[in-house]
Design a protein around this ligand. Sequence first.
Ligand SMILES: C[S@@+](CC[C@H](N)C(=O)[O-])C[C@H]1O[C@@H](n2cnc3c(N)ncnc32)[C@H](O)[C@@H]1O
Length: 238
Amino acid sequence: MNIEKYRKYFTKEYLMGPNSFRLLEELIRRSPKDVCFDRTLDLGCGHALTSMFVANETDAKTVFAIDLWISATENYDRIKANNLEDKIIPVHGDAMDMPFSHEYFDLVVSVDSYHYFGCKKGVFADKILPFIKEGGYAMIAIPGLKKEPQGDLKEIFEAWAEDGDSELFKTISWWEALLKEECNEHCEVVIKEAECFDIAWSEWFESGHEYGIRDKEFLDKGIYDILNFILIYIKRKD
Ligand SMILES: C[S@@+](CC[C@H](N)C(=O)[O-])C[C@H]1O[C@@H](n2cnc3c(N)ncnc32)[C@H](O)[C@@H]1O
């Protein structure tokens, strides 16, 4: 997988957080050998950059690119400009009410998005799992916590959270408990810490995005040391 050819997208116009290409590349590289990409859903695809990466860099035959904040028309323009209109289908929609058939996807992939809607019991089992075929996978990359902030750091973290997303950052053990409780019977869940942390954040800061500049101010106050990225692999057994 060649990340360099996507470097033109490492800018404030396209990035929506720590560099998604780094996260997605690692998510795919460290995925189980039996993952099938044939019909993939990119859940919370943003500008569909992650959908393009899956379409180009894997064996995917079709990628459905669904997002809430970004319109299907905007993404279709970008998909056409990259000659991927026969492979990527842009959809505007909410993860909580997806317009697809049950047991439709070999794979649901989600980068830097799942924490916005998935931090509640029942979301995965009721809203996502039904759309995955038996034997299929969900592969999720999200920002998270190495450990809960304490003392002064807790206050800084809460200030960052005020108009940010940090209240949605959880530890690996928090995600393990949630996912195992809600779908252990039907799924195998494996969770890993990602290795691309430093480079993904530095490319976000370097993009010059106003949110990146704000994130850096808070992370420099000590928060950087308690953050991580979490890779979640869930196989639907039956
Ligand atoms: C930080 S962006 C990441 C976008 C893209 N995956 C990437 O990595 O470049 C988070 C995305 O999650 C999407 N999102 C948040 N809540 C959603 C929901 N309920 N349903 C679908 N998408 C959602 C937003 O629309 C936004 O584009």
